[in-house]
Structure formats: C-alpha cells, structure tokens
Write a protein that binds this ligand. Sequence first.
Ligand code: FES
Length: 115
Amino acid sequence: MANITFSSPKMKKDVTVYATAGDTHTLLLIAQNNKIPVEFECENGECGSCCVEVQILSNKTPMGIALTEKEKVALRLAGKITKEQIADAEEKDLPPPYRLACQFIARNEDVLVKF
Ligand code: FES
C-alpha cells in the first residue's frame, strides 16, 4: 500500500490517495481516477506534458527505478534529467527528481507528487 500525495498550486489543498499493493496503474491514471488535474497530451511517454516532480517519502531504500526508454528521451529533451541522473537511477536505484506521470508506476512506497 502506498500513499500518493498530489500537491499543486492548481488545487486548493493537497490530496492523498492510496495505491493498493499490486496496483500497476500509472501515476497519470491514478490522478485521472481521482480528478487530480495533472496535464497530459499523448499518454504515451512522448510529449513530456505530464512531467511531475516525484519525491520518495519512505525512509526505506528506494525500490528499483524503472525509467522507460521513452521517458528518458522525453525528460532529456525537456531538460528535466541529466545523463548522470539516468545512470544513477539505473545503476544505484537513485530516484531522479522528475518523472512522466504516464510512465511512472507507483510502487509500495509513499511519494509526494508536485506539478
Ligand atoms: Fe505525453 Fe505523458 S502525456 S509524455
């Protein structure tokens, strides 16, 4: 079970939703299901419009960071991730600060999502 807290100047207050264990929905789908106004266009990891800041709140060692190839390209083009951050994510499981909501799948850890 993971708490996903969405925070944005577009919302009157932060909203926390619960992703159940084994839930493989993307952050974007979870946001849409809870009427949270995360921007999106392609829903396919290509346009970069759903870029959000993701902060892991758990004290545990971050779980495996899975960036899709599309996500790496879109974040690089948007200037939201460096080659070093991609390497750190893949080799050391260090989470990068920005993710694409349409590609990120919440794991069993609490996160704060800013957009
Ligand atoms: Fe286009 Fe996520 S909606 S990259």
